[in-house]
Design a protein around this ligand. Structure first.
Ligand code: PHE
Length: 499
């Protein structure tokens, strides 16, 4: 709201005239910036029909920089005139002055001065009149004071030609009285309060109308966390490659599906309290496919299917222990077992979900993270198929340079760590783990001989951190996350080029 003083002064001006006033004239006569009056007009318009204001554009004369200088110091010709003493001045001296050249020719054509060319010591200039009238300066004064209408068009155009005046288009308001014109301003209510309703005084109040043209505040809306955005991208890649998503909606898993079914021996260090979170309530799971459980027990303790097993005393109690799943491969095991119970058809499965490990927390490790896993089952799949599918998968992410390094997993043979060349870091970085599931895992499930299953896994956090330039995982996940980061993180339109 503009200053009430300005509003009331403006209203008084409008009251005095019949046909209206121009906002620009009001500004000039009040000696305030035009924007102040424009602001007052807007405030009055918001009050209802107090005034009516019509926008119009008018041409308007203004002094140029040089024009302003002349208005202050006089025209070049008048300055030439005033620096010539009675005994005259050498023309060469005059020409040295900044206003000398133009001033000389104008003063000559005004017949204010003359040149004595035959003067000894070179041409000399003398006054021809006693006094002069600096009309140029006077005219500029008129324009400066906003009285340019007192000048003839021809005069103004001449000054324009001399680059002392310029004509500018200005937008102004033509202000007239509105239907509810008044010179006093009554503040309009912006809200109907319970008190007004209770006392009934709302009847006397004036309410400000809604301005439906006002720019609204951008509404707050949900923003996806970067992890969820990158998850969408990976899901899209799998879907493009014809993979089906596995149901991963169980964070709690039995040791049986998380470890035993994957031919991971019961003494394996990963099954220790230090690496895995065990549940105290319910501490155990009891429902397992009995015949399958027997086959798993047998392959661990005695071997079979051409394997000598681990030769140890396999205990059901160990397999029953409930844990927070340490990898999504537990879900893959469940799905492959389910597949083995039907007539076999080749499948391509994937999952992206949360896993838990009892880790020492640091800048790159948390006790929970997301795993991305891909599984393909078909007759006769080889390590070459695994390398091929990994190439296809990573190419879709923009990663084309891959290297494989022999590794060990209890459930895969052979196993390979996957490395990609990171263009930014200029080195090979590990991007995943992979392998061909062992017969000791697949055959007890009941999958036909000759069917092999290739699989790979990677974390979701790592590519996300690289893509979003986050160095500390705690800035991405957990209570220290700055929500502004989520708000500001743009939608990923392109796959990450490298991670
Ligand atoms: N489960 C493995 C991990 O936790 C990843 C993996 C999945 C490896 C499938 C081989 C095959 O890292």
């Amino acid at each position: 709201m503009a200053d009430t003083g300005v509003l009331e002064t403006l209203l008084q001006r409008v009251e005095k005239v019949d046909d209206g006033v121009d906002s620009l004239d009001v500004a000039t006569s009040l000696g305030v910036d035009h924007q102040v009056i424009v602001g007052a007009v807007k405030s009055l318009q918001a009050l209802g029909d107090v005034i009516s204001a019509e926008l119009r554009s008018s041409k308007h004369w203004e002094l140029t920089e040089e024009g302003t200088e002349i208005a202050e110091q006089g025209s070049h010709e008048s300055r030439v005139f005033s620096c010539i003493p009675l005994e005259g001045l050498a023309q060469s001296e005059l020409m040295k002055l900044p206003f000398g050249k133009i001033g000389f020719s104008k003063a000559m054509s005004n017949k204010w001065i003359r040149v004595d060319k035959a003067h000894e010591g070179g041409p000399r200039i003398f006054r021809t009149v006693e006094s002069i009238e600096d009309q140029v300066r006077e005219k500029l004064f008129l324009v400066q004071k906003g009285n340019s209408t007192q000048l003839e068009e021809k005069e103004k155009n001449e000054l324009k030609k001399r680059k002392l005046l310029s004509e500018v288009t200005v937008k102004s308001y033509w202000i007239t009285k509105g239907n509810s014109f008044s010179t006093t301003i009554t503040k309009q209510e912006t809200e109907l309060t319970p008190e007004m309703i209770a006392s009934g005084n709302w009847k006397e109040k004036k309410f400000k109308p809604y301005n439906f043209e006002a720019m609204g505040v951008a509404p707050d809306c949900g923003h996806l966390h970067p992890l969820m955005k990158v998850r969408t991208q990976f899901r899209q890649i799998f879907l493009e490659m014809g993979f089906t998503e596995m149901p991963t909606n169980n964070f709690i898993e039995s040791s049986f599906w998380n470890f035993d079914s994957l031919f991971q021996p019961q003494q394996h260090p990963a099954r220790d309290q230090h690496d895995t979170f065990f549940l105290s309530d319910p501490a155990h799971a009891h429902q397992f496919p009995q015949d399958y459980l027997e086959r798993v027990k047998k392959v661990h303790s005695e071997g079979g299917y051409g394997s000598q097993g681990y030769k140890y005393d396999w205990k059901i109690e160990e397999a029953q222990k409930n844990i927070l799943r340490t990898h999504t491969t537990a879900v893959s095991a469940r799905m492959l077992y389910k597949l083995a119970q039907q007539k076999f058809t080749p499948v391509k499965y994937f999952s992206i979900d949360r896993v838990f490990r009892n880790e020492t927390l640091d800048a790159t490790h948390l006790a929970e993270f997301h795993q991305i896993e891909g599984v393909v089952a078909d007759y006769g799949l080889t390590l070459g198929d695994l390398m091929g599918v990994l190439h296809q998968f990573f190419t879709k992410l923009g990663i084309t340079k891959l290297r494989f390094k022999p590794a060990y997993n209890p459930y895969t043979e052979p196993s390979m760590e996957v490395f990609s060349y990171h263009e930014g870091l200029k080195k090979w970085v590990e991007v995943g783990n992979s392998g061909v599931f062992r017969p000791e895992m697949l055959l007890p499930m009941g999958l036909p001989e000759g069917v092999s299953v290739i699989a790979w896994g990677l974390s979701l956090e790592r590519p996300t951190m690289i893509k979003y330039g986050i160095n500390n995982i705690r800035e991405l996940v957990g209570h220290k996350v700055n929500l502004q980061m989520v708000y500001d993180s743009p939608i990923c339109r392109n796959p990450p080029t490298h991670f």
